[in-house]
Design a protein around this ligand. Structure first.
Ligand code: CDP
Ligand code: CDP
Length: 259
């Protein structure tokens, strides 16, 4: 193979994808790519521009020349990698390598939206934006550019099925809706930035997760699906550490044993 390994992690909201993908990447010295953050950033941009969800041409125009960048240099160690590039995959795309690290901040058109993209407004509309073919095409193009040389753990809904179908290891992470809603509620309580907002109840979170699962799994383009090659891990009764170790063990027994 002429590229470094790629690990694809897919699954529904609250399955533990972000947390676990980040840890696996750190442990294996790979980059971490949060594709959900990209769909969230675009949703934030559409909302800021005051564009209606039904105005597809305006959304596409906005997305076609937006620039998304992941950057860990803020608050991180100086020896970290940075991804940047326009979502359109034009000549402005760059891949800056500054050593091993894990991007933690996301910028869209030079605005740091790391916290803003976690708002309830963004969460409630992201699936609708993510079902638009033109939006997906732009973001997938960018993801593939970043993944060209491999060396990453990419996490989302369509990574193993569509973005990187030849990934070296495909994982499908899941858990019951009840467990995932409980986890989300704990996240909300822990986030100080939500303290001023009314926190959603477990029932509201369950309902919102069910709705998002449904939209993501039933959209026409690249729906959330377990790829036939993917190894499913049900995480209801597993700790973050246990899941991380499981994936690293799978990586060692499959990918590394081939080399
Ligand atoms: O973190 P959480 O599971 O809540 O969601 P996320 O990974 O941030 O993704 C937010 C939304 O983006 C999902 O509900 C999908 O609608 C969309 N998404 C997608 O369509 N394809 C991906 N590869 C990643 C996310
Ligand atoms: O990215 P995704 O929406 O799939 O999930 P996440 O944001 O990584 O995880 C949601 C929450 O569940 C986080 O607070 C994790 O720490 C927690 N979690 C857990 O308690 N046990 C696991 N096995 C995995 C995640």
């Amino acid at each position: 193979r002429d590229r470094r390994p790629i690990i694809a992690i897919d699954g529904p909201a609250g399955a533990g994808k972000s947390t676990i993908a980040r840890q696996v990447a750190q442990n294996l010295g790979l980059l971490y790519l949060d594709t959900g953050a990209m769909y969230r950033a675009v949703t934030w941009l559409v909302q800021q521009a005051g564009i209606a969800l039904t105005d597809e041409p305006a959304i596409l125009e906005l997305v076609s020349d937006c620039e998304i960048r992941f950057d860990s240099s803020l608050g991180g160690s100086p020896s970290e990698k940075v991804y940047s590039g326009s979502a359109g995959g034009s000549g402005r795309v760059t891949y800056l390598e500054k050593g091993i690290g894990n991007p933690s901040q996301i910028f869209i058109n030079n605005q740091n939206v790391t916290e803003a993209i976690r708002s309830l407004e963004v969460t409630s509309q992201v699936s609708a934006i993510a079902s638009l073919g033109a939006v997906r095409q732009k973001l997938v193009e960018q993801q593939r550019l970043w993944g060209k040389q491999g060396g990453l753990v990419a996490e989302g809904r369509d990574i193993g099925t569509h973005v990187f179908p030849d990934a070296d290891l495909k994982i499908f992470l899941t858990a019951s809706v009840e467990e995932r809603a409980k986890r989300r509620q704990r996240d909300y309580f822990a986030q100080s930035s939500h303290a001023s907002q009314t926190l959603p109840s477990t029932e509201q979170l369950e309902q919102a997760i069910r709705q998002r699962d449904y939209t993501d799994s039933n959209r026409e383009i690249a729906p959330l699906q377990k790829s036939p090659e993917a190894i499913e891990i049900i995480t209801d009764n597993l700790s973050i550490k246990e899941v991380t170790h499981k994936i690293i063990a799978l990586y060692e027994s499959t990918v590394l044993s081939l080399n």
